[in-house]
Ligand binder design. Sequence first.
Ligand code: NAD
Length: 495
Amino acid sequence: MSVEIMNTAATAEAGLADNRGQSHDTLLTFPHTINGKPVAGSAFFEVINPSTAQAFARCPDATQENLQQAVEAARGACYSWATLSWEERRRHLLGLAAAIRDHREELARLITSENGKPIARARDEVERSASQMERLVTLQVEDVVLRDDAQGRITMRHRPLGVVGAITPWNMPLVLCVPKIAHALYTGNTVIVKPSPYTPMSALRLGEIACDLFPAGVLNMLAGGNDLGRWLTEHSGIDKISFTGSVATGKRVMASASATLKRVTLELGGNDAAIVLDDVDVDAVAPKLYAAAFGNSGQICMAIKRLFVQRSIYPSLCEAMARIAKNTIVGDGFDPTVQLGPVQNAAQYRIVLDMLDDARKQGAQFLAGGHALNGPGYFIAPTIVTNVAEGMRLVDEEPFGPVLPILPFDNVDDAIVRANNTRYGLTGSVWTKDLKRGEALANRLEAGTTWVNQHVGLDACIPFGGAKESGIGCEYGVDGLKAYMQATAINVPVH
Ligand code: NAD
């Protein structure tokens, strides 16, 4: 397996990651963190920088013995961590947020090296990791008295589950990892985190940074491939899996977690629709729709992936979107002028190009893009596609790349039916000047989150989760915290 790692400090100073000609010995590497200590790998895989298609790091590949050590450490630390108060655990997590900010530049450069996104967006990701954690720990799960009468008092309490296994994808390496740590530890569990093998370096470094901030065994970081993910889900010493990734893998996680009846939270893919009514100001909404579809090169679970536009404004909105796409600067994320980076890995790059070929063969029209850009990285031109319809892969599947199909509609009821005609149900939005009508329509979208006149965004105090095959359960908000806890109804008689 191959994954790109960050370059030397000297190259980072120079601005651009240029890993060509780098020997194996000079590749960056970090250890796992197990039981509060760095643990060097015995086997490694390379991490590829998607802007150069060259290896920039060597990632340790955890063995089953490493996992066993981490499980024993996490179980050993469980009891005393669970006895801390919310306030004590909050203080630890605020310390982690501060440490993340102290390492902002280093973590941002690791993210751009492994994921490809523009460095300014990587800095945002580091900041959001810290700020979301700070916001999450303003919440608390309170005891609730369900009955207090002549028969007795029944109180609903929540206790930690034990050890959480957290498995993350490659599109947002840090901001999908840190909140899982925050949910797990704040609710009194200990945690073993497994980042994506495509983007493990920022998480491994986070493990090192966090080492001294928690008692040994509370936070363990293990890197590895898909097998490590499976071992985590099967392990009888792990009580809950919090998984973010694709629908296909989510189903595997649920199946293997069933053997031990582990709790699972699944945050999965989406094919999210935005519906634009003909009363909008086209020039005002086009940049907002573009940002919500193409941010992170379209590699955001909740990005707009199908845009339904009312017929009378269809030509002008398509044209406005194409204009923005053609003016977008795509390239190496270390170049400060770049607005969109590459697709994160070669396999995903192939999937997106195959979907474009499939649509082209069926008569799709490309108003912008539709092709790869010169390499060596995995660059695809921001693509606006028309003359597309349901039944094409580009419309029915989650492209997860810088590609947006735009579909016209005449009747808004039909648009709602078409938006809902998918096995996904992550998010959706309605765009109109009439907020009341917008809310009524957003209420008919089958999704975990729906918006009016906005799309993409997360507040750590508001639960986020998918409908249908986009997930099970939620994270964030008090409901998200409860998903990391066991509810117990305590029944005490009066006498
Ligand atoms: P993926 O499912 O391929 O991999 C995700 C993680 O699962 C990786 O760490 C991988 O090593 C691990 N894994 C693979 N096989 C496993 C198994 N059998 N058991 C346990 N773990 C296993 O997903 P990806 O390609 O890394 O990420 C892209 C997907 O993630 C997209 O579908 C995107 O929409 C989704 N996503 C969802 C959210 C959300 O909050 N709903 C957020 C970001 C990304």
